[in-house]
Design a protein around this ligand. Structure first.
Ligand code: UD1
Ligand code: CA
Length: 470
């Protein structure tokens, strides 16, 4: 049985008061639409169609591996799904219809939903939940316990006003039956829109089997219409994710102060201290100690790694590395086993060898560094001449004295020693000592002389000032 999905994402989301279309807004560092599409991918649906309209290019730019269908004018949810007619209408299978503004749906729930739809031989199944009578959702209308239709809040008949079973806006349909019913939907209602919800009544009139699948967790299906709901969704998702990690053996000291995005993986016995934001496709191994106060984006971190107060992205860190406080990794760094990066150290495109150390105030950019290299405090790779980026190569066991400039392109061979304060502009040979600074001169007695000159000058100025004031 083929499974298709249609995700509605053409609306503007006026109440967000934003230049961005609603579904591009992020919940826990991931756009709403990607939450929905990624769950569908994980579920393994055969094809996902995303209906775009308002600022379509902004949605298309961030979503991969789906078919986009353009809805020129937003004439309602029914009209939106109907735009997929050319792609879908003649296919056999079931079609999930999901809202792009309901990002907290889980693949497990969708799987149970499809299973329910199929095992009950339904032509349409509405995902429903209980709500307050005051909320503005569509209501499930039943006769003798059987679903007969959905009424939108604005069209709700007086006798239906105390119904609390609401339409979550997520459905499972027999695909052909859906498009057949959609062609019969009109816009004769309070909002002059083509309501998708009307297909339920139409299918019921045609004696097709329509049904509701009620879920307990309302948080999973709440639609986001404004920034209050957006902020609430972030907290709901944060708590859900942190709980899963805790149950998997991750030690999160303060879950209400730890933000771990949905695609992050963390191994057991790793501790996460407060104030950490971990996002993108980050993977952290086990027995690590992370934080306090770190921000990671797309990091691969192996086991037994310790990192505090640092901002790291798009890099790989091997076992036993120790980083921070106040370190920064930008793109494409590879920090090998047991290396150390300390206070105020920044690296970019650096391959930093096993056991090497940059403990203080160092910049390593566009560099290949061997094993057991020691960077003295204040060492800098001068990788940029204002136009070109150049490579610095440092071989194993090199010792770099404090405040060294390595002007790239440059190579320092094995076991070399660079004297503190050097500016290295040409290759340093294996086992050599490089000194590239001016020689020290001591001028005997000159310090004392200087002091006397300064004191005389001070007295002269004081006298002048007194004269002016008298
Ligand atoms: C819809 C349902 C309502 C349900 C609620 C759940 C209808 C008529 N009503 O109402 O029963 O309780 O969802 O959240 O379906 N969209 C388009 N094109 C359009 C119109 C909407 O793509 O022409 C998209 C929107 O961008 C949004 C989704 O469809 O992602 C839902 O539309 P929205 O206007 O928010 O529907 P609701 O009024 O919330
Ligand atoms: Ca909505």
């Amino acid at each position: 049985m083929k499974v298709y999905a249609v995700v509605l994402a053409a609306g503007k989301g006026t109440r967000m008061k934003s230049d961005l279309p609603k579904v591009v807004h992020e919940v826990l560092y991931k756009p709403m639409i990607n939450h929905v599409v990624d769950e569908l991918k994980a579920l393994g649906v055969d094809e996902t169609i995303v209906i775009v309209g308002h600022a379509a290019e902004k949605v298309e730019a961030i979503v991969d591996d789906v078919t986009f269908v353009y809805q020129k004018e937003q004439l309602g949810t029914g009209h939106a799904v109907l735009q997929a007619k050319e792609v879908l209408a003649d296919k056999d299978g079931v079609t999930l219809v999901l809202c792009g503004d309901a990002p907290l749906i889980r693949k497990e729930t969708l799987k149970e939903f499809i299973d329910y739809h199929q095992s009950h031989h339904n032509q349409a199944t509405i995902m429903s939940a209980d709500c307050d009578t005051s909320t503005h959702y569509g209501r499930i209308i039943k006769e003798n316990g059987q679903v007969v239709g959905i009424e939108e809040y604005k069209d709700l008949k007086v006798e239906h006003q105390d119904i609390t079973e609401m339409n979550t806006g997520e459905y499972c349909f027999d695909n052909k039956a859906l498009f057949n019913a959609l062609s019969k939907v009109s816009n004769n209602n309070a909002q002059n829109e083509y309501y998708l919800t009307d297909v339920i009544g139409i299918m019921n009139d045609e004696k097709l089997k329509v049904d509701a699948y009620k879920i307990d967790d309302f948080d999973e299906v709440g639609g986001i219409n404004d920034r209050v709901a957006l902020a609430e969704a972030t907290i709901i998702l944060r708590d859900r994710i942190n709980r899963e990690h805790l149950l998997n053996g991750v030690n999160i000291i303060d879950p209400s102060n730890t933000y771990i995005a949905r695609d992050v993986k963390i191994g057991p016995d790793t501790t996460i201290e407060p104030g950490c934001i971990i996002k993108g496709k980050t993977e952290i191994g086990s027995h690590c100690h992370i934080g306090p106060y770190c921000e990671f984006t797309n990091m691969i971190i192996k086991d037994n790694v310790e990192i505090k107060f640092s901002v790291l992205s798009d890099s790989i860190i091997e076992n036993g590395v120790d980083i921070g406080p106040y370190s920064r990794l930008r793109t494409n760094c590879h920090i090998h086993e047991n290396a150390h990066m300390g206070n105020f150290v920044e690296m970019k495109k650096a391959d930093f060898g096993k056991g090497s150390k940059a403990s203080h105030l160092t910049y390593v950019g566009d560099a290949i560094v061997g094993e057991n290299v020691n960077f003295g405090c204040g060492t800098i790779t001068s990788n940029y001449d204002g136009k070109n980026k150049s490579l610095t190569k440092i071989e194993d066991n090199v010792f770099i004295g404090c405040n060294t400039n390595l002007v790239a392109p440059v190579t320092v061979r094995k076991n070399a020693y660079i004297a503190a304060g050097s500016t290295i502009t040409k290759e340093v040979d294996e086992d050599a000592l490089a000194i590239a600074r001016s020689r020290q001169q001591n001028k005997q007695g000159y310090s004392k002389k200087l002091k006397e000159i300064r004191e005389k000058e001070f007295e002269r100025r004081n006298k002048e000032k007194n004269k002016e004031n008298s």
